[in-house]
Design a protein around this ligand. Structure first.
Ligand SMILES: C[S@@+](CC[C@H](N)C(=O)[O-])C[C@H]1O[C@@H](n2cnc3c(N)ncnc32)[C@H](O)[C@@H]1O
Length: 316
């Protein structure tokens, strides 16, 4: 049952398309506002999740608990986050496992920190380094809010496994000394400047994945690597395209289903068809596969986010 403090998502769809989506924290005496009307937070407490609830105007809105992906996409942002599609691929490229020790920088809004926290689990640890104090504060807050909401939802603690540090990674030797990392995730403007301080702490064979927005920055990185002769090789440079599709039964302007016109049958087949016992079920509209579908990429897409660059440390 839902309780105050939980992170929820309210949404509704029209013609199979998401028309409204909002993440909110359930709070005493608060209201959820939408173009379909208002729902009082107090009315949701004690109710099950994953149900339609009626607004004061009588329209149904679907209420569910926020996934980590929802939370990261909707939480308060400072700088731009690493999008979940890229974060998931970065975790795979880093080969992150439960129990790993991972370094991340910059913390930014704390999006990647949360995905790393989940991946390494209670036995692992994440060191997240952020040079700007305002970003550091946002990242810590977002991490804490998610942990609080999780504890309310599950009755158990989200792992307290991320150590946020407010410092410049280029000069963070006092924090890094004595530490070894299984992998590293970097999302900052000039990664080639921080690699000399990071690589000595990455285990041999360990992976450093960089999230880089412009291809010219990737070139600068590779040039930096070439000139500094650091012990790492670039193994891959990729983009992660994800395309949303519109896939929905075609409707006429009056709201009725369009229908596919059957090919003309020859006379013998027609007679057989007419004597058939099968009857159409009026409640579900035209029979199976007689409705044409709209099926095309969604017109609003998340386009380019970043290039993911995979570096592996080697032993000399
Ligand atoms: C785009 S944001 C990171 C967003 C983060 N990955 C997320 O998912 O929320 C880049 C961050 O790197 C930080 N940064 C840049 N150079 C840095 C450095 N040398 N050491 C630590 N942080 C740095 C910036 O202040 C900024 O907050």
């Amino acid at each position: 049952m839902l309780s105050f403090g939980e992170m929820l998502v309210a949404e509704y769809r029209k013609k199979n398309q998401l028309e409204f989506q909002k993440m909110f924290q359930l709070q005493k005496s608060f209201h959820l506002h939408s173009s379909r009307g208002i729902i009082l937070h107090d009315d949701l407490v004690g109710q099950p999740a994953n149900c339609f609830r009626k607004t004061n105007k009588g329209f149904p809105i679907f209420i569910r608990r926020a996934s980590l992906e929802d939370y990261v996409l909707h939480m308060k942002r400072g700088p731009e986050i690493i999008y979940p599609k890229d974060a998931a691929t970065m975790l795979m490229m880093m080969d992150v496992m439960e129990g790993d020790c991972v370094l991340e920088s910059g913390s930014g809004s704390g999006g990647m920190s949360l995905f790393l926290s989940r991946a390494v689990g209670a036995k692992g640890s994440v060191l997240s380094v952020e040079v700007r104090e305002d970003h550091y504060t946002i990242a810590v807050k977002n991490y804490r809010n998610w942990r609080t909401s999780w504890a309310l939802r599950r009755g158990e603690e989200w792992p307290d496994n991320v150590q946020f540090e407010n410092t410049d990674l280029c000069t963070a030797s006092s924090i890094l000394t004595g530490r070894g990392f299984h992998s590293v995730a970097l999302d900052l403007l000039s990664p080639h400047l921080v690699l000399p301080s990071v690589l000595p702490h990455l285990h041999p064979g360990g992976i450093c994945v960089l999230y880089i927005v412009n291809i010219t920055q990737v070139v600068a990185l590779l040039e930096g690597l070439r000139c500094s002769a650091l012990p790492c090789q670039c193994e891959r440079i990729i983009e992660v395209p994800v395309r949303d599709w519109v896939l929905t039964p075609a409707l006429k302007k009056n709201g009725e289903y369009c229908t596919i016109k059957a090919p003309r049958l020859d006379e013998s087949l027609r007679q057989k068809d007419e004597t058939s016992d099968e009857s159409e079920d009026d409640d579900v509209g035209p029979s199976f596969r007689s409705i044409p579908y709209i099926a095309r990429p969604h017109p609003e897409q998340l386009n380019h986010t970043a290039f993911l660059v995979k570096l592996r440390k080697f032993e000399r």
